[in-house]
Design a binder for this molecule. Structure first.
Ligand code: ACO
Length: 424
């Protein structure tokens, strides 16, 4: 039996090849459909459209599976660390000891910012949103490293891109935070380890091993999530052969929205709002269910996870551990737990497969670590960087990749004649 799919339209039958992935996922290849039939496909929000073939991350939303390069997220969160996981995502294999050391030495080599970038950072008002600051500063890096601007993604560019961005983005974030609290920046000290160095640059003090480990786990959980809104943005921008800083900066902007990475800030603000309102979370559940009310339960629901978010399971445990370790008694956590309990039993949420996602708990951990609420989404940037870079690298190494250029079904006015302003 042929593996082709058949599409019948107005008596004509069009054969469309079916592509099968390594996890037996099937996709109808419609690349030639328009040339054959004049038809395009339309798919609002790309709900059912594959934009590429990728070897980076496998996700099965129905079964709650997430694997980076084949390795289950549960194993990586337990046994790996963020630097190793980043290497894995970018290079496809876990590093040997020597490769791990060489990779970290590369990150260490780039752990400083040009003076001009420090000056740019200093010009932002202290109340600027960190996402705008990080995005603009990453874009500004292109002005300082012209060697990245050529149309080719050379081996040198690919090798340096991940080391440099992993080193510099965390300095940009920590330096800006220090400015917002009126303190001088602290030099990066990569010898502390990736996550500990970041916390040290933020808070300048002894960083507890368990606290650094909790952050490292969070970063691993956020490191990639296949073709989500921001990764797709990185690929779309990268497909025009714009430079890596432009592509990553665009990804940061896409992540900013509340329906995506901005949810972690929105979750905490929602919990604060419920607390300020007297803690009656049932009232907010009713609001979320009311079709005339735009309110949504932040941190609930996911485009692809329709059973459970495997990252949320891991993060919930990390959350309990860290709150106990830091001896945090946070009333917001009780509200979060109450919300979760009620929503998981409520018919509205059950019918629509709405479960807590990774960001429902990440904000509570960030808060316990002392990270300000408006910086939560930037923390997501730190985690997602290796994923974006890996998606970008894969795109640039794919000889068949084309510039992203969707089509549309036009629903506007048909042709009409220009009227002079006096006749309108
Ligand atoms: N609260 C209340 N109702 C919801 C919620 C929610 N959080 N999420 C979805 N719904 C309802 C919708 O109203 C819709 O109901 P209907 O069928 O009666 O019209 C149904 O569930 C399906 O919702 P869609 O918006 O069509 O689902 P989609 O897959 O497009 O959206 C999204 C997914 C954006 C994540 C959505 O669930 C949401 O807005 N969640 C809150 C924001 C959030 O937590 N985002 C973080 C996502 S994870 C991440 O990016 C890291």
């Amino acid at each position: 039996m042929s593996d082709n799919a058949k599409l019948e339209f107005k008596g004509e039958v069009y054969e469309l090849p079916v592509i099968t992935g390594t996890e037996n996922e099937k996709a109808i290849d419609i690349t030639k459909l328009r040339a054959q039939s004049g038809l395009i496909t339309i798919d609002n929000g790309f709900m059912n459209t594959g934009s590429c073939q990728s070897k980076v991350t496998f996700l099965n939303g129905e079964k709650g599976i997430l694997r980076y390069r084949g390795y289950p997220i549960e194993q990586l969160a337990e046994k790996s660390d963020f630097v190793e996981t980043s290497y894995l995502l970018y290079n496809g294999e876990l590093p040997t000891k020597a490769q791990r050391e060489a990779f970290y030495a590369d990150i260490t080599k780039h752990a400083k910012l040009p003076e001009g970038v420090k000056n740019i950072l200093n010009q932002f008002p202290a109340d600027a949103h960190p996402m705008g600051v990080v995005s603009a500063t990453v874009s500004a890096l292109s002005g300082f490293y012209p060697e990245f601007l050529g149309p080719e993604a050379t081996d040198e560019v690919k090798e340096r891109a991940i080391a440099q961005l992993m080193a510099q983005v965390k300095i940009i974030m920590a330096n800006f935070y220090r400015k917002t609290v009126g303190k001088d920046p602290i030099e990066s000290n990569p010898a502390l380890g990736y996550s500990k160095d970041f916390l040290n640059m933020m808070f300048d003090g002894e960083v507890d091993d368990d606290v650094a480990k909790a952050l490292d786990t969070l970063l691993i959980l956020h490191a990639d999530h296949e073709q989500n809104c921001s990764a797709s943005t990185v690929r779309v921008v990268g497909s025009s052969h714009a430079n890596i800083f432009a592509s990553i900066s665009a990804g940061i902007d896409a992540l900013w929205g509340q329906l995506h990475g901005g949810a972690n800030q929105a979750v905490l603000e929602m919990l604060e709002e419920i607390k300020a309102d007297g803690g009656d979370y049932e009232k907010f559940i009713a609001k979320a269910k009311d079709k005339n009310d735009p309110f949504r339960l932040m941190g609930f629901g996911h485009r692809v996870y329709k059973n459970f978010d495997p990252r949320a399971k891991i993060i919930k445990v990390a959350c309990d551990t860290i709150l106990e370790k830091l001896n945090v008694q946070d009333p917001l956590l009780d509200i979060a737990k109450g919300l979760e309990e009620v929503a998981l039993k409520d018919e509205y949420f059950v019918q629509r497969n709405l479960y807590p996602n990774v960001d429902f708990y990440s904000g509570i951990i960030y808060k316990a670590l002392g990270i300000p609420t408006n910086m939560f989404t930037a923390m997501f940037v730190l985690g997602r960087l290796p994923g974006w870079l890996s998606q970008w690298k894969e795109l640039r190494e794919d000889g068949t990749a084309k510039i992203a250029r969707p089509r549309q079904v036009y629903t506007g006015e048909t042709e009409r004649n220009y009227k002079d302003i006096s006749e309108r």
